[in-house]
Design a binder for this molecule. Sequence first.
Ligand SMILES: Nc1nc2c(ncn2[C@@H]2O[C@H](COP(=O)(O)OP(=O)(O)OP(=O)(O)O)[C@@H](O)[C@H]2O)c(=O)[nH]1
Ligand SMILES: [Zn+2]
Length: 214
Amino acid sequence: MSINYIASSKLPTPFGVFTMHGFEDSETGKEHVALTMGDVASGEPVLARAHSECLTGDALFSMRCDCGYQLEEALRSVSEAGRGVVLYLRQEGRGIGLLNKIRAYNLQDQGADTVEANERLGFGADMRDYSMCQPMLGHLGISAIRLMTNNPRKVKALSEAGVTVAERVPLQVGRNPHNDGYLKTKAAKLGHYLPLDTQADTLPTHQDDEPEGA
Ligand SMILES: Nc1nc2c(ncn2[C@@H]2O[C@H](COP(=O)(O)OP(=O)(O)OP(=O)(O)O)[C@@H](O)[C@H]2O)c(=O)[nH]1
Ligand SMILES: [Zn+2]
């Protein structure tokens, strides 16, 4: 694993102006991004998200998963805290790539769950690698994070990769009738801290937000 820092720029968003830092993994050619806001190098644990790419959820408004909602909530939370980092990691489809994820979705359309679909295609349930995170955070001067995730395996993997996770911050947003089964499978088979028995629509989505004073 060899992560090279390439360049930084401003990134204005609906949640405020972030600084975008681009990195390249010279072994895989993957291009990763970190968005920061505020003084992240002060030594105090930094509110952080390690977000795995999901083209369908992050960019195409898919309701099959919770990724897009989580990305939006993470950016909003960092902005509200005035300080934080979102790592956008280019490991689509839990590491199997976009086209294999579409193959997996096709199997899910026929009744498989998200884990069974990966396995039928010959992949593990989760093929991700977090070894780029410590070098990216290190470059930004971040020594400890408060990680926004529902995935205890992500906390463990990051810790094993040399990142100090001072705290796990839950990130439960975007449950809807289309992703309810997927979220239940994540809780039952992948160990995510998500309610198993909650009906869809009982967790908040940004679309459900009421205006102030309503
Ligand atoms: N193979 C596969 N990947 C999926 C599927 N649905 C979402 N993904 C990918 O899963 C990744 C996100 O992982 P999740 O398991 O949803 O969540 P997580 O990152 O482990 O945990 P959180 O930090 O709580 O979000 C992204 O790379 C998505 O592209 C699916 O059905 N099959
Ligand atoms: Zn997704």
